[in-house]
Write a protein that binds this ligand. Structure first.
Ligand code: COA
Length: 532
């Protein structure tokens, strides 16, 4: 396969500035992620530990196979929302390997609002279940939750993808042969009781795990019965009398040993070896920092990124001389085949057609697709309309929507307008979608939005009644709004992606995603490849 050559001059002033800006981006990302793990809630953590309990990531560490990677999802969900009091949205989700089997973990963080579920927590929980279902992963629930966050009950209880949707998914996944396992490590009150109750197999830890439809205060109010939590729904009761739980453990480490033994007996597939021998890229992935311009408005050649992601920096490009604002080609990543669709600027009619044909080919050949987004969208203007950009863009969007092979998307730069759709944004349901900390996502850039909205306002006013000060205020307001809302932290907080990842770690993250995709590869069809 042809090897990509770099034209980056690593000693240049521009590269130095890029690297500096990149280090600052990484420092911010790492600090914010560290805060989610154990920051800003020392008292709650101390109280949690004083009960002999572990933090959710420590729990996951005790379950997964030593030395294997754990891919945490949406670490910064809830960031900047809820008065900044809900790090990680009070829940940890991610994929880890247990007894050789990749599993989805959904673990409540009881040190954040008692592990209750706020709107962002429910969204994160549902998203983890969707990923588990699509990738055929058993799900492990480490339950330590006060259930619904009651002050926001209208935003977590009644709608399709709210609390009820999590139980619906549990029941459906179990029926689809995807094991649902729970370890009860805290309260499972009211609706929360259904997490273990709907699981195939349940471990409960004596002294800390409790399951009941109504806690002691409710029982007192309803029946006048005074009872402590352990007697009402503790481990002894549920493993000896009710049978709601299947295994008792006397501390957390013992529970995780039992859980690992259960997973070992699930008869679920592990991760198979890749079809080709993997090899590192010729250019180190960590050197991506020199490629990303410190000024987001400056374009960069996406081949520089691809060269730092794929095995041997090898790319078999498709139509390299046609529709050049989009790069398409096949490569291998950690030994897995992948078809890459990557922006190199605005999407023109030709680029859209090239992408369409390439996506169809990958679909028929069962080659998973990787979209690298960095575009301001589809080309506008009379020439472009004459060229039929709307119908050609629609072909690309249709090809993306209908290709049944696994799709992965990474926002490596801008993700604007319909470019987001054609390049497999969230609405097009890629198996995984990650973003880099330098990315931006919005209908349009702040500058364009200012122009559009100021023009719309002017258009609605008589020429004599235009108040320039008011127009200026509008321009400022729109600029501020678009800057704030297109920030990657704003996006990841709302779970528009599955997490912000470090550019230098992207190759390994994608390698794991492709390994999972290989277990559930999709089917070709229904049409042959149409030449564009
Ligand atoms: N809704 C909103 N907030 C809740 C909550 C709920 N269901 N349950 C607990 N919280 C909040 C508390 O207000 C407190 O918030 P703060 O940190 O801002 O002060 C925090 O979670 C910790 O609660 P606390 O009771 O101090 O901690 P705990 O570890 O002793 O007990 C629970 C945790 C979850 C076992 C206990 O709070 C509880 O039983 N909550 C009610 C559960 C319930 O009835 N849920 C109904 C779901 S439908």
């Amino acid at each position: 396969m042809p090897v990509l050559q770099s034209s980056i001059e690593s000693g240049s002033e521009a590269c130095r500035a890029n690297r500096e800006a990149y280090q600052a981006l990484l420092a911010t990302l790492r600090a914010r992620q560290a805060h989610v793990v154990d920051g800003g809630r020392e008292r709650a953590i101390e109280r949690h530990r004083s009960r002999g309990k572990y933090l959710p990531r420590e729990r996951i560490d005790m379950v997964v196979d030593a030395g294997t990677p754990f891919l945490e999802l949406s670490t910064l969900a809830g960031f900047g929302q809820y008065d900044d009091e809900v790090p990680g949205a009070a829940i940890v989700t991610g994929i880890g390997i247990v007894a050789g089997v990749p599993c989805m973990f959904i673990a409540n963080d009881a040190t954040v609002k008692g592990g209750t579920l706020l709107p962002a927590s429910i969204k994160k929980h549902v998203r983890a279940q969707q990923i588990a279902e699509e990738n055929r992963l058993p799900t492990i629930y480490l339950v330590d939750s006060g259930g619904a966050f009651l002050p926001l009950q209208d935003e977590v209880f009644p709608d399709k993808d709210h609390f009820g949707g999590t139980f619906w998914r549990q029941a459906r996944m179990s029926a689809a042969g995807l094991p649902q396992l729970s370890v009860v490590l805290g309260g499972c009150t009211a609706g929360g009781a259904y997490v273990p109750a709907l699981s195939d197999e349940v471990v409960i830890v004596k002294g800390i795990g409790r399951i009941f439809l109504g806690g002691p205060p409710i029982v007192k109010a309803a029946l006048g019965e005074v009872i402590d939590a352990e007697s009402l729904g503790g481990a002894e009761l549920h493993t000896f009398e009710s049978g709601v739980a299947d295994h008792i453990a006397y501390d957390e480490p013992e529970a995780y040993g039992i859980l690992r033994d259960i997973v070992a007996g699930l008869n679920q597939p592990g991760i198979a070896a890749p079809p080709h021998a993997p090899g590192p890229p010729l250019l180190p992935p960590e050197s991506i920092g020199a490629v990303i311009p410190h000024d987001a408005r400056v374009p960069f050649d996406v081949r520089e990124v691809i060269a730092r992601l794929v095995d041997g920096s090898e790319l078999q490009e498709f139509k390299p001389r046609w529709g050049e604002s989009l790069v398409t080609g096949t490569a291998r990543l950690h030994g897995y085949p992948v078809g890459i669709v990557a922006n190199n600027g605005i999407i023109f009619a030709e680029s859209a057609l090239k992408a369409t044909q390439f996506i169809e080919m990958c679909g028929q050949r069962r080659v998973p697709l990787l979209f690298l987004q960095n575009t301001s969208g589809y080309m506008v203007g009379r020439d472009s309309e004459i060229a039929g950009i709307a119908k050609h863009g629609a072909k690309m969007v249709s090809a993306v929507a209908n290709a049944s092979v696994p799709k992965l998307t990474v926002l490596v730069g801008g993700s604007y307008g319909a470019g987001n759709y054609g390049m497999c944004g969230r609405g097009f349901q890629p198996r995984f979608l990650f973003a880099w900390p330098n990315s931006r996502i919005a209908t349009m850039s702040a500058q364009t939005a200012q122009t559009v909205l100021v023009d719309v306002r002017r258009g609605g006013l008589d020429a004599g009644s235009v108040d320039e000060a008011e127009i200026e205020a509008l321009r400022r307001e729109v600029g501020e709004q678009y800057e704030r809302q297109s920030d990657p932290y704003y996006a990841t907080s709302r779970i528009w992606d599955d997490g912000l990842i470090e550019p230098g770690q992207t190759r390994d993250v994608l390698g794991l995603c492709l390994a999972l995709a290989a277990r559930a590869p999709g089917t070709p069809g229904p049409f042959r490849v149409f030449r564009m």
